[in-house]
Design a protein around this ligand. Structure first.
Ligand SMILES: O=C([O-])CC(=O)C(=O)O
Ligand SMILES: [Mg+2]
Length: 537
């Protein structure tokens, strides 16, 4: 408690406020007598009160607004509640409700959170960062809002994503909230509806592009590097070409990663590893097909190449196990509409559509990262099922209404054979006497732990082997019970332990590879666990 703060101001400072949990003695000492109702609540009672109010709301977006306000008002209570009820509340403060919150951001806006940098701020980013009240920043999540989940260009409304991701950094991996900085690089939007919305809060201009855009990002990266020397930058929800351009430019220079390319890759790989325990098919023998050839799908394939190589395949063999289908059909070498990141996977096949590709290449695993709902239709699932005893189906697009198919469709159309995971949460499904529990293949299982590990050892950069390690660590958390229920991921209630273990594994590797910037502690797990923020009063 800051001893200089006294009286009612404490109740209006979310970092200090304990509200009804202030004891009689604290109320006396802090000048709060009479400013609160008589009874003193424990934090546990406050959590119950919050949950009662959350559950009273009919719509998820209302629950989001309630929790968002709680975060401002009583930060520790917010985190205590989220951690204790993570399975119920993660879908509210994060995917899928955060998608709706972004769509409606300019309309539900209340208290500002995070930092906004616009095209007009060129040359002055340093000055703007000086306005941020905290100085010990360890993790930044930045977006330019151009590809928010599978929802497209949402401009500055995309700020909900850095806010939500960083709330998970704190809730799932214990990064202190004051060490987190959400950033919106508001360079305009190509979304006409937003530009025509009188309440739109963003920079109301077409997007900054080309050299001027990359110069602004460069100024940002250099400035934060200078101000916060060990900071981790997480690039989030950039459009594929920019996502790749920025990752290539910065991955070896600064401590950063792209969550949609590398975080999603790691979580998908973990699920594929775990799927072998259900299908009985060795990882090294798998053939994998992707629908969609954007950053998420190619990111997964690139990490799988490393994973296959580790399993004994040559790079060429690894590439041959991975194929892509996009809106124009199978990605083949004769096509002239491909981007650079697609080229290693453009094989010498005939041109064909998805169904023909499934029947002729016979993939064991089908991964959707399209942003296009309904693309895994009945025919697709039936053809996957005709070729596999247990077809593995990942519908990774977010939020829920963008998923390539629903959990129920996957189980129904495969007659209960599908091993299914999705980016957004789906409820359990009863089918043919079984109660299936779809796993949530969301990068939320990866980025908090990766970030915690990188921060703990002051890593200089995050290399692919660290994402491989994270994937393996995550898949080892999948229990026999999870497998029996058809889930490829551990329950969300274990996510703090999962994130801690990923952090330990990642930091171990960073020390081994000479990527760490501090001394390896004697007891790494203990030291990381001690660092983790605990929101109890
Ligand atoms: O935010 C999520 O739920 C996962 C993700 O990164 C995306 O879909 O872009
Ligand atoms: Mg994302």
């Amino acid at each position: 408690m800051n001893p200089t703060e006294k009286g009612s101001r404490i109740l209006h400072d979310g970092t200090l406020n304990k509200s009804t949990a202030f004891t009689k003695e604290e109320r006396e000492a802090l000048g709060l007598r009479g400013l609160l109702p008589y009874a003193v609540s424990t934090q546990a009672m406050q959590v119950d009160r919050v949950m009662g109010n959350v559950r009273r709301k009919t719509f998820d977006i209302e629950k989001y607004v309630l929790l968002n306000a709680l975060q401002d008002r009583t930060e520790r209570l917010f985190y205590k509640t989220v951690i204790q009820h993570i399975e119920e509340l993660m879908p509210i403060i994060y995917t899928p409700t955060v998608g709706q919150a972004c769509r409606e951001f300019s309309h539900i806006f209340r208290q500002s959170k995070g930092l906004y940098i616009t095209s007009e701020d060129k040359g002055e980013i340093n000055k703007i960062l000086d306005n941020w009240p905290q100085t010990d920043i360890r993790v930044i999540v930045i977006t330019d809002g151009q590809r928010i989940l599978g929802l497209g260009d949402l401009g500055a409304n995309g700020m909900g994503i850095p806010i939500g991701k960083l709330a998970l950094y704190t809730a799932c991996a214990g990064i202190h909230p004051h060490q987190c900085l959400p950033v919106m690089l508001d360079v305009g939007t190509g979304n006409k509806d937003l530009l025509n919305d009188p309440l739109y809060l963003g920079y109301p201009h077409p997007r900054l592009e080309g050299e001027a855009y990359f110069d602004l990002v460069e100024e940002f990266v250099m400035t934060v590097q200078d101000k916060y020397p060990n900071v981790l930058i997480q690039f989030e929800d950039f459009l594929t070409p920019n996502a790749y351009a920025l990752l290539r430019k910065y991955r070896d220079r600064v401590l950063c990663f792209n969550d949609d390319i590398q975080g999603t890759a790691s979580v998908a790989l973990a699920g594929v590893y775990a799927s072998s325990r259900i299908t009985g098919r060795n990882f090294a023998d798998l053939k994998i097909m992707f629908l969609g050839a954007g950053s998420a799908a190619t990111g997964i394939a690139d990490l799988m190449v490393s994973a296959f190589q580790e399993a004994g395949l040559t790079q060429e063999e690894a590439h041959s196990r991975l194929c892509f289908v996009d809106i124009n059909g199978l990605v083949v070498s004769s096509r002239n509409d491909l981007m650079e990141h697609n080229l290693p996977y453009a094989h010498d096949f005939e041109q064909m559509d998805l169904i023909q590709a499934i029947d002729s290449l016979k993939p064991h695993v089908l991964i959707g990262a399209t942003g296009a709902p309904g693309t895994f239709n009945q025919e697709v699932i039936e053809h996957m099922s005709a070729n596999n005893d247990r077809p593995v189906i990942f519908a990774l697009s977010n939020p829920t209404d963008r998923a390539e198919c629903t959990a129920e469709e996957a189980y129904k159309w495969s007659n209960g054979k599908a091993v299914f995971a999705s980016g957004s949460p789906f409820a359990r499904v009863d089918f043919n006497g079984y109660n299936f529990k779809p796993g949530q293949g969301n990068n939320a299982y990866i980025f908090p732990g990766i970030g915690l590990g990188a921060v703990a050892c002051c890593a200089s950069k995050i290399t692919d082997p660290l994402f491989l390690t994270a994937a393996k660590t995550l898949s080892e958390f999948v229990s026999e019970q999870d497998i029996l229920e058809g889930s490829l991921y551990p329950p969300l209630k274990d996510i703090r332990e999962v994130s801690l273990q990923i952090a330990v594994a990642v930091a171990e590797k960073a020390y081994d590879f000479g990527l760490a910037g501090n001394e390896r502690p004697d007891n790494l797990k203990q030291s990381i666990s001690d660092y983790m923020y605990d929101p109890k009063y």
